[in-house]
Ligand binder design. Structure first.
Ligand code: PLP
Length: 459
């Protein structure tokens, strides 16, 4: 155990032993010691602190007398508990379930780990562990990971790229934060409204000014983009949260404007691989490789706990990100990259993706059936891992969320996905993050609470 800093003041009129006892007690109260920790010997502590052994022995005697340390002859002094009134003692008891999490959580954002093949997962981790330790960081990402990403992008997103064009990231949100820090503070960045609020927060945290742009059934309204932007952030494959796909004509218009006005397009392709019955459109990065920073992630395909994502961007943007990483000493961790590469190398990733699409397609159909049976409609493409049920107003939205929570089902309202005053009302139903059994148990509740409120009418 490392000793925490212990301050003794010879100018203080209190005896050194009392000061030391106080300092040790305070360190324990701050969590520096846990029950079972062995305190240093009185001799070693005296040497470290430059005091006589009488001082340390007297301090230990005091703590032994108070009962939170115990001495064992020949084996030293041990912490047996924490002094009363300490931080540990004041900590509230941990509830068995987080209070805000109802029994079955249908909020969007969690992946479907249920269909992950356990054997393939373990195989990938074994392969990832079977390498000697490396001493040098690799800020661009591991070669095997970048090659796996290139193949993944070509096979599943139709994007031809060279491994050199790919940078590993720790995930899309972190990469948005990195890109944000490469833009001049105070610059204006357009964001979808409603949209992905973590991206908005990451942009703002970098000192950028976010400019909300409306969204309709064809994705971000490109004509509504103001002039004077440094960047546009969006989710063209599957607008988050409303689920539309940016239309082909808007894609072309956006890339044309980026070239003409000199802004960067940040394409957040967070779940673009998950489409069920609609053909994908060309990525913005395919239409405008010179003006688009494309972000992909393993978070929805596999799990965010891998912390593995990728950035494909023009050389100047990649250079700026690498420069930032160099200056700030940050780099993506390797373990997740290795696991991703191992899953790809054995064909397990492609198999998993097929299984995932099938499972999520089925789940989506079950959710849609429950919603329509309640007299409501879903909006958005048949893609991703959530649907949106529009509702006529904020009061109805809130009522549905509360009624479902009272019956043990967690739903997400659209209000939370607005940066400003909500302009679209409704609920998101995430259908990936729970077991199939739990989803089937929750859907009758969803159906009942929705049946009790008016629908939005024809979309
Ligand atoms: C629109 C959007 N982008 C990105 C992400 C997260 O990606 P990552 O886990 O790679 O940061 C999410 C996750 O919910 C998302 O909804």
């Amino acid at each position: 155990m490392d000793l925490p800093p212990l301050l003794l003041d010879r100018a203080d009129e209190r005896p050194l032993a009392a000061q030391l006892a106080d300092a040790l007690r305070a360190a324990a109260a701050g969590g520096a010691f846990r029950a079972g920790d062995r305190l240093p010997s009185t001799r070693a502590l005296a040497t470290t602190l430059g005091v006589s052994r009488t001082v340390t022995a007297a301090a230990y005697d005091q703590l032994l007398a108070e009962g939170w340390a115990a001495g064992r002859r020949g084996s030293g002094t041990f912490v047996v508990g924490t002094p009363p009134g300490t931080r540990a003692a004041l900590r509230p008891p941990v509830p068995s379930r987080p209070v805000s999490r109802p029994g079955i959580d249908l909020r969007a954002g969690t992946p479907c780990v249920e269909v992950l093949d356990g054997a393939a997962w373990r195989r990938a981790w074994r392969a990832a562990a079977d390498v000697p330790p490396d001493a040098e960081p690799e800020p661009v990402g591991l070669p095997a990971f970048r090659s796996a990403v290139v193949e993944h992008l070509l096979r599943h997103r139709g994007l031809p790229a060279e491994p050199d064009h790919v940078l590993a990231t720790g995930g899309s949100t972190g990469a948005i934060a990195e890109l944000a820090r490469t833009l001049p503070a105070g610059a204006r960045v357009a964001v979808e409204e409603p949209g992905y609020q973590r991206a908005v927060a990451a942009l703002r945290a970098a000192g950028l000014v976010t400019v909300p742009v409306p969204v309709d059934g064809a994705g971000m309204v490109v004509d509504a983009l103001p002039r004077g932007l440094a960047a546009v952030y969006g989710t063209p494959a599957h607008q988050y949260p409303l689920g539309a796909r940016l239309s082909a004509s808007r894609r072309v218009a956006l890339v044309d404007r980026a070239r003409a006005e000199g802004f960067l397009v940040i394409e957040d392709d967070y779940d673009g691989e998950l489409r069920y019955d609609v053909a994908p459109l060309p990525l913005l990065a395919a239409l405008g490789p010179d003006v688009v920073a494309h972000l992909g992630t393993a978070s929805k395909l596999l799990t965010p706990t891998l912390g593995a994502g990728w950035l494909v961007a023009p050389p100047a943007v990649r250079g700026a990100v690498l420069d930032l990483r160099d200056r700030t000493g940050s780099r993506p961790a390797r373990a997740g990259q290795r696991v991703f590469a191992a899953l790809a190398a054995h064909g397990d990733l492609a198999r998993h993706l097929r299984r995932l699409r099938r499972e999520l397609g089925d789940r989506r159909a079950a959710v849609t059936t429950a919603v329509t049976a309640a007299g409501h409609a879903v909006i958005g493409d048949a893609a991703g891992a959530h649907v949106v049920v529009p509702l006529p107003n904020a009061v109805t939205e809130r009522a549905v969320v509360v009624a479902a929570a009272e019956r043990g089902v967690g739903l997400d309202g659209l209000a939370r996905h607005h940066g400003g005053e909500p302009v679209v009302h409704g609920i998101l139903l995430g259908y990936a993050g729970q077991s199939r059994r739990d989803l089937d148990r929750a859907l009758p509740v969803v159906r009942e609470v929705l049946a009790a409120v008016p629908s939005e009418g024809p979309a």
